[in-house]
Design a protein around this ligand. Structure first.
Ligand SMILES: NC(=O)c1ccc[n+]([C@@H]2O[C@H](COP(=O)([O-])OP(=O)(O)OC[C@H]3O[C@@H](n4cnc5c(N)ncnc54)[C@H](O)[C@@H]3O)[C@@H](O)[C@H]2O)c1
Length: 258
C-alpha cells in the first residue's frame, strides 16, 4: 500500500462521492500531502476525518475551481503547506441537472461550463506550470463522463463540457510528454453518489430513470464510487507509466470503444 509514497496531490471535489474515495485511496497508498479543493468545506473536513490517522498530511481549501484567482491562491498556499509542488492533480469536480437543451437557459450553460470545463482549465493552467518548473514529471487525471463520449439526452451542455475535457486532455498530454507529465481521463458511467442522486431525483420518475439506466449497462448495476477511484489511483501510480492521453470508461460496459 505505498504506490503513491511521498507524492503531493491535489484532488478537486473531494468532499463527496468519487472524490472522497480518491482521497481515501491516495492516503491509503501513502501520499505525503493531499489537498482537497472543494466549495463544500464541511464535506471536505468530513473526508479528512474519514481518512483518520495516517502519514498523509491533509489540507482543506475552500475553492470554487471555476474561479482562477481562487485556484491560484489555494495552489500557492498548498505548496507552502506541503513544502513542495504537486506531483498529482485530479480534476474530479463535476455538476449537472437534467434539462432538455431547448428548455435550458444560457445562465445554466454558463454555470455548467464554469464548473465542468473552466474548472479543469484553471487548475491545469496553474499546476502544469509548477510541474514543468519542478522537473519531476507529474500526473494529471481529468474527469469526463460517458455522457461526453456518447451524448446523453437531458445533459446536452454537460455532455459538451465533458467531450471538451477529453479533447483538452489529449492536447495537454501531447504538449507535456517531453516533461514526463502524463495526462489521462477517467470517464465514469452512472455511479452511486450525491451527484447521481441530484440528476435522478430531478427526473419525473426517478425509479424508471434508474431502471432504464441499469438496463443499458451490460453489468446490470450502478457503479460504486470506489470502483471509479481505483482507476484514478492506477493512473496516478507508477503502474501507469506508459499510458498517455487516454480516456478510460469505468461504466460497467456502457461504452466499449476499440
Ligand atoms: N456519479 C455519476 O453517476 C457520474 C457519472 C458520470 C460522470 N461523473 C463525474 O464524476 C465526477 C465526480 O462525480 P460525483 O458523482 O462524485 O459528484 P458529487 O456531486 O458527489 O461530488 C462533486 C463534488 O464537487 C464539488 N464541487 C461542485 N462544484 C464545485 C466547484 N465549482 N468548485 C469546487 N468544488 C465543487 C461538490 O461540492 C462535491 O463535493 C464528476 O466530474 C462527474 O461529472 C459522475
Amino acid at each position: 500500500m505505498d504506490k503513491l509514497s511521498g507524492k503531493v496531490a491535489i484532488v478537486t471535489g473531494g468532499a463527496s462521492g468519487i472524490g472522497r474515495e480518491i482521497c481515501r485511496q491516495f492516503a491509503a497508498e501513502g501520499c505525503a500531502a493531499l489537498a482537497i479543493f472543494d466549495v463544500n468545506e464541511a464535506g471536505a473536513r468530513e473526508t479528512v476525518a474519514l481518512i483518520g490517522d495516517t502519514a498523509t498530511k491533509c489540507f482543506v481549501h475552500k475553492v470554487d475551481v471555476g474561479d482562477l484567482a481562487n485556484v491560484d491562491a489555494a495552489v500557492k498556499q498548498f505548496v507552502s503547506e506541503a513544502g513542495n509542488s504537486p506531483d498529482i492533480l485530479v480534476n474530479n469536480v463535476g455538476w449537472d441537472l437534467p434539462f432538455l437543451f431547448i428548455e435550458s437557459q444560457p445562465d445554466f450553460w454558463d454555470k455548467l461550463i464554469h464548473v465542468n470545463y473552466k474548472g479543469t482549465l484553471n487548475t491545469c493552467w496553474t499546476v502544469l506550470k509548477l510541474m514543468v518548473q519542478a522537473g519531476r514529471g507529474g500526473r494529471v487525471i481529468n474527469f469526463a463522463s460517458d455522457a461526453g463520449r456518447l451524448g446523453a439526452g437531458h445533459e446536452a451542455v454537460y455532455s459538451g463540457c465533458k467531450a471538451a475535457v477529453i479533447g483538452f486532455t489529449k492536447a495537454i498530454a501531447r504538449e507535456h510528454s517531453k516533461h514526463n507529465i502524463l495526462c489521462n481521463v477517467v470517464s465514469p458511467g452512472a455511479t452511486r453518489t450525491a451527484g447521481y442522486d441530484n440528476v435522478k431525483y430531478k427526473r419525473d420518475d426517478p425509479d424508471k430513470f434508474e431502471e432504464k439506466n441499469v438496463r443499458q449497462i451490460p453489468l446490470r448495476r450502478i457503479g460504486e464510487p470506489g470502483e471509479v477511484a481505483h482507476m484514478v489511483t492506477f493512473f496516478a501510480s507508477d503502474d501507469a507509466s506508459y499510458i498517455q492521453g487516454q480516456t478510460i470508461s469505468v461504466s460497467g460496459g456502457v461504452t466499449m470503444l476499440g
